[in-house]
Design a binder for this molecule. Sequence first.
Ligand SMILES: [Zn+2]
Length: 388
Amino acid sequence: MEVGTLYETHIEKRIIGAFQKSTSLPTIVIIGGIHGNEKAGIIALKNVVQLIEKEKINIKYNFYALSGNIKALKNNVRFNTVDLNRLWTEEIISKITHNNEEFVEDIEEQADIYKTIKNILKINKGRFYFIDLHTTSAKTEPFITISDSLNNRKFASNFSIPIILGIEEFLDGPLLTYINEFGHMALGFEAGQHFDNQSIKNCEAFIWLSLINIGCVNKKVVTDYKYYKELLSKISIKKPFYEIDYRYQINKNEHFQMKKGFLNFDAVAKNDVLAICDGEEVKSPINGYVFMPLYQQQGDDGFFIITKISQLWLKLSIIVRKLKLHHLLRLLPGIQKDKNNDYILIVNPKTATFMAVEIFHLFGYRKQVVKDNKYHFIKRDRKVTPFK
Ligand SMILES: [Zn+2]
């Protein structure tokens, strides 16, 4: 099915497919189209579900395929009033659960997705895996985004595609970060450009390989297993980890135009002109790689700059986290533990200089919010707790 001519007929339903085996077994939830102009994930989920049903493929665990922003998908826009992937904060969720919000369209959708996931997690007690399928406005090879927890890293490393850590430090309220905070593996897969048919194939490949890696499906029963495996191994950039160092924020009513021709992962040097915003040149503040340059109208992330993470850093961070050395951070001046939350360190801005931020990252903490002039660093590795 072509992305351009799709799919009036099959986006009315939140649940595209549900295969419930046993409440004690692992559960996999895969969602597509949380951005309504990103249809590849939805089409791929639909294709996978159809094939499972047609070929009576044995699904050994619980597997749910969900659709994201149904109204935005129908209108073929990223969102109607607010970005559905920037709303997953405690504050907004509490409004949903207390039903005291005048719901705008996108929040209605959020409330329904929230209830659906909550119900799935209420019934099923086994290990939980969450995958969120996206596409980008710029041309790109597939890549994975995760919050930097060890369980996320481990799962993402099953694939030989680039892995980008730390997006939660730059975006408010993505769904996968919210789910991650309950200790579950949660990962975003970016399949390619919005209207490229290859993005559908990449999503299908990622869905099948994920189900196989988790043990939900036996690879022998997936006829195209080899093809899918090859498809996601053809990536020219081999299995590196990257970290986001910079995000260009487009403010309200600003006219932002990315310079033509940037591909995702293109190398850029400090002071290279990347875009024009309200007539002014926008330059890269550092050497690195341009990431998710914005070539569409909606959205306020102009571009990101990412840099490669060394193998040494990756290994060292595993060691310090396994040894639980993060307790030492609390002994430093200007750092206190949040009394109400074991995973939060409250840090004096003077302490949170660039070098210090790198140390927090090593120990698995990411800067997330500024409250009362203090930084809150939030630990990404955590125990599984009930979904709220
Ligand atoms: Zn998206």
